[in-house]
Ligand binder design. Structure first.
Ligand code: FES
Length: 67
């Protein structure tokens, strides 16, 4: 099953990268495969998959308006 249609990345390919890089953060894993680099609709599902299957920390965007 494809997790990222734009880049043709399957769930299996994502699993292989998660297994090879268990300590990497989710952003690095997505970047390594190019997931989310086109339309971006796959990012939420990909992050959920990473969180379920690895110890990779999720990076949250800082939305505070520090000035
Ligand atoms: S489906 Fe992944 S970038 Fe479009």
């Amino acid at each position: 099953m494809y997790i990222c249609i734009c880049k043709g990345i399957t769930e299996k390919q994502l699993q292989e990268v998660i297994s090879a890089r268990p300590a990497h953060n989710s952003k690095d894993i997505l970047k390594a495969l190019g997931i989310g680099s086109d339309c971006g609709t796959c990012v939420e599902d990909a992050i959920n998959s990473i969180l379920q299957k690895s110890s990779a920390p999720i990076e949250l965007k800082d939305t505070s308006n520090k000035s």
